[in-house]
Design a protein around this ligand. Structure first.
Ligand code: ZN
Length: 404
């Protein structure tokens, strides 16, 4: 049998550079090989047959793997290293979500499918960011300046490595669909500006940037929109912003939110999350099931309420585990399911029982940390029952007393 070489296969394939985006890799494949133009390259490598676009090219895993003869290994793994898809997934959202919105199942499919090459790589199709110092170093080391994945993250306006403000380019639709564009090949009419004020230390911007990078690199974390929302509500409860009836205190929320992020309120990256209209919608969306938040807003909430990715991810993991064992959304019932005292009692008790099944030696304090809303409700409305399951005194001591 004669095996014909794949006519779309490029003759030369570059190695992946550190923190390089899929888009940048594609750009370098194009420049190393003899394609008619960038659109032709995308059509042949990515399978986007109409040859009309570059940045919005659909990414076909099988086509790419075949055309590159498996040079980059497992394509799913390649995407984990070169795209922001894992980052958005860990925050329970999608790149296309720009304001809090209710998400129906069909929306999820549409949002997942809508990410072209640039959105997959950079999170947004039109705004791309870079650090001048990283660019200089890459040029000196690798001979090319490319888009770094961690610079593109929502809520990142400072280079974590150099502590310098990022520059950001707004690329016109026509330009980005015609050619591959790297930081040193911006079309002349591209608008470039600082993503952050130069020379002014902004602690909130620095901590948000660090947090976003941790989220990007946490491949082991799995999440869902429900577990993320549930963990955020836990954080609000621990901050004293949720009433006994489960309502988020809007005035106190807005005051705390605006106070915490006052120093970044004028930066375009954060303005949408801090506008009066959107903050009001944010409080409402946190109170309801089925709503998702923009990635920037979610990173800001995690930073504000938990101050640590590790702590937040533990809450998410717990919420996911509880949801799968009890069917109770995230360890406490949603607003809709707490329609009667009987429902509430049953659901909060279920949450406690599920927790004890997974953590037989847990104390009441452990339950409080993992599921504060359920613990608080039971403590207030069902104390006798809670006392039998989780005595206020140290449970381990009681177990030991029973043994002897
Ligand atoms: Zn840098």
């Amino acid at each position: 049998m004669v095996i014909r070489p794949n006519p779309d296969a490029p003759a030369r394939l570059p190695k992946l550079l550190p923190d390089e985006t899929l888009y940048s890799l594609m750009a370098r494949v194009h420049w190393l090989n003899d394609y008619k133009n960038a659109r032709d390259c995308c059509a042949r490598l990515l399978g986007d047959g109409d040859q009309l676009r570059v940045a919005d090219s659909c990414f076909d895993h099988i086509r790419f793997h075949s055309a590159t003869r498996g040079f980059y290994g497992d394509v799913t793994r390649l995407l984990t290293r070169t795209s922001l898809s894992g980052f958005f997934h860990r925050l329970g959202t999608h790149p296309g979500v720009e304001v809090p919105r209710r998400l129906r199942p069909e929306d999820t499919d549409a949002l997942t499918a809508s990410g072209g090459l640039a959105t997959l790589s950079n999170g947004r199709a039109h705004i791309w960011k870079w650090c001048p110092q990283c660019m200089q170093r890459d040029r000196d080391t690798y001979g090319v300046a490319y888009w770094h994945r961690r610079h593109q993250l929502p809520s990142v306006v400072i280079c974590n490595e150099h502590q310098t403000p990022l520059l950001e380019a707004t690329l016109l639709y026509r330009d980005r669909q015609q050619e591959f564009i790297l930081p040193e090949q911006l079309p002349g009419r591209t608008r470039v500006r600082l993503a952050c004020h130069a020379g002014v230390p902004l602690p909130a911007a620095t901590s948000l940037g660090r947090l976003a990078e941790q989220i990007l690199l946490d491949d082991a974390m799995d999440a869902s929109p429900e577990s993320v929302r549930g963990a955020l509500v836990d954080g609000l409860a621990e901050a004293g912003l949720v009433s006994r009836m489960g309502r988020i205190g809007k005035k106190a929320f807005i005051a705390g939110w605006m106070d915490h992020y006052g120093d970044v309120a004028r930066l375009p990256e954060f303005t949408p999350s801090l506008s009066a209209r959107n903050v009001s919608g944010l409080v409402q969306s946190l109170s309801r099931e089925g709503w998702v938040l923009p990635a920037t807003t979610t990173v800001m909430l995690v930073n504000w309420l938990f101050g640590s990715w590790q702590l937040f991810r533990e809450h998410c993991t717990w919420r996911r585990a509880l949801s799968s064992t009890t069917g109770v959304s995230g360890g406490h019932p949603s607003k809709g399911t707490v329609s009667t005292p009987e429902n509430a009692r049953k659901n909060y008790r279920d949450a406690c029982i599920a927790f004890l099944k997974s953590h037989p030696d847990a104390t009441r304090k452990d339950f409080w940390v993992a599921c504060p809303r359920s613990c608080r409700w039971l403590h207030t409305h069902d104390e006798k029952w809670l006392q039998r399951q989780l005595p206020a005194t140290h449970r381990r001591k009681l177990i030991q007393l029973e043994l002897f």
